[in-house]
Design a protein around this ligand. Structure first.
Ligand SMILES: [Zn+2]
Length: 465
């Protein structure tokens, strides 16, 4: 039996995580993410899928971020109807994320149609809410450390990656006629010190390793964000403005609430209303209550409430209510998504507030190339929103220590957990030139054999096992 791996994404780019494994005559897709960021990348989402979808027998999903699962509804739309394996929180989160992604795409197509700014006469969404809904019955869930048999020769185990609620490192065991081989995919790795999630599980063995490198060339030592958050919030209110925090709905929003609650309790920042203006963030917060064993915030819902519910916490559900937030002048915090400012309600806050010099935007997460978030971080003089160039006059702040991603040292620390060097390590989820610098660091420090695969490159992993 031969085992082959083809990089359908996540190679040479951070987004579009898609790895196609062919084991004998069985085919499965590890992650099925959307390409995000620069246009040439986003256009890949529209290209014909490189293999016949009917020949894919299963999917395994590491976690619910859209760049790891956001392409599933497109494949389901095109005929995929096999099982999709993931952890239980990942399944619940994917329902939220995929519905949101579908809705954004429908809205974007509709908007482009109305404004006529698409090259196509009749712009279509990549997939619809209906397509997203058709994926949910395919989910098959398992807990961490449980063995899942996906066919006679292949078993999968999810380990805690500490990156997002339910996020997993994926171990794949392939049993051939005479031997067993193990493939490990790091997924996205979290940090060793973080407020809400456990550190990534140590993996000691693998024949083949796929390791992420989002921050592979970035030193980002853990630094308690409390001090920065205190200064930024107080300065924002002293300037008579509102503090807007574009945040990833899952994880970052809840962690921000936790810090804000602590700072308010210690009277370090004023006890102002905190608006969570994102239906997705609200639903995700409920999942933290539903899955207490997947995070560190106590074991009962009361424990969690005490950690994250600020005194004047407002969960903004309706779009009408959301629009009234435009009238707020000061002493308020708005947490809204999407975190990279590619869509969602944050866009109307940007549209109204980027031009206000009293207001502050606090960037608290990774911003991929080509996103509005990256443009804001780079202080571009204008940012395009709803087809209009909006001048950036507001204050822009950044807290990088709240990242959900392991930095270079932490990635190397995790790699150092392998007792035996993998026969081959693929560095994935990174952009040049950083990924090559990272690959060299792994070679130099750990003596591992590292390949930086190219998009659509294919490798034979094992022959005749
Ligand atoms: Zn992720």
């Amino acid at each position: 039996m031969d085992v082959r791996l083809k990089f359908l994404g996540g190679a040479g780019s951070v987004t579009g995580s898609r790895y196609l494994f062919t084991v004998g005559d069985f085919r499965f897709l590890l992650d099925c993410g959307l390409f995000q960021g620069l246009k040439p990348l986003r256009l890949r989402n529209w290209e014909a899928f490189p293999v016949d979808i009917k020949t894919i027998d299963a999917m395994v999903i590491s976690h619910a971020h859209i760049d790891h699962c956001g392409y599933i509804p497109k494949l389901v739309r095109d005929g995929y109807d096999g099982p999709i394996y993931c952890t239980a929180p990942t399944a619940d989160l994917m329902e939220i994320m995929l519905l949101d992604s579908a809705k954004l795409q429908e809205e974007e197509a509709e908007y482009a149609r109305r404004k006529g700014y698409s090259r196509h006469a009749n712009p279509e969404p990549l997939y619809t809410v209906k397509d997203a809904q058709r994926t949910f019955p395919l989910f098959k869930t398992a807990g961490y450390d449980e063995k899942i048999k996906i066919n006679d020769n292949i078993e999968v185990v999810f380990r805690d990656a500490g990156h997002l609620l339910g996020s997993a490192i994926v171990e794949i065991f392939i049993t051939g006629a005479s031997q067993q081989k193990k493939i490990v995919f790091s997924g996205d790795l979290g940090r060793y010190q973080q407020a809400m999630l456990a550190p990534p599980a140590t993996i000691e063995e693998a024949d083949i390793l796929l390791v992420e490198s989002t921050y592979g060339n970035k030193e980002n030592p853990f630094d308690d964000p409390a001090d920065d958050l205190t200064r930024i919030a107080n300065e924002a209110f002293n300037r008579g403005g509102v503090l807007v925090i574009p945040a990833f709905a899952v994880g970052r929003t809840q962690t921000l609430l936790l810090y804000l609650k602590r700072l308010m309790e210690q009277d370090l920042i004023p006890d102002v209303p905190v608006y969570v203006d994102s239906p997705m963030a609200i639903s995700a917060t409920y999942l933290f209550y539903k899955y207490p064993t997947y995070h560190k915030m106590g074991t009962t819902s009361k424990d969690l409430a005490e950690e994250i519910e600020t005194n004047m916490l407002v969960l903004v559900k309706s779009g009408e209510h959301s629009k009234t937030l435009n009238d707020l002048r000061t002493n308020a915090i708005i947490i809204s998504s999407s975190g990279m400012m590619t869509g969602g309600r944050i866009l109307h806050h940007m549209f109204h507030r980027l031009r206000n010099k009293q207001d502050t935007f606090l960037i608290a997460g990774y911003q991929a190339e080509g996103t509005r978030g990256r443009s804001l971080l780079e202080m571009q003089p204008t940012i395009k929103i709803f087809g209009e160039s909006v001048p950036v006059k507001c204050k822009v702040e950044q807290i990088s220590s709240m990242s959900g991603h392991a930095d270079k040292e932490e990635l190397l620390q995790w790699l150092g957990g392998f007792r035996k060097k993998p026969k081959m390590t693929f560095a994935v989820h990174g952009e040049e030139p950083d990924i090559s610098v990272y690959a060299k660091a792994i070679r130099d420090r750990l003596g591992m054999k590292v390949i930086v695969p190219q998009y659509m490159e294919s490798f034979s992993l094992f022959e005749g096992i």
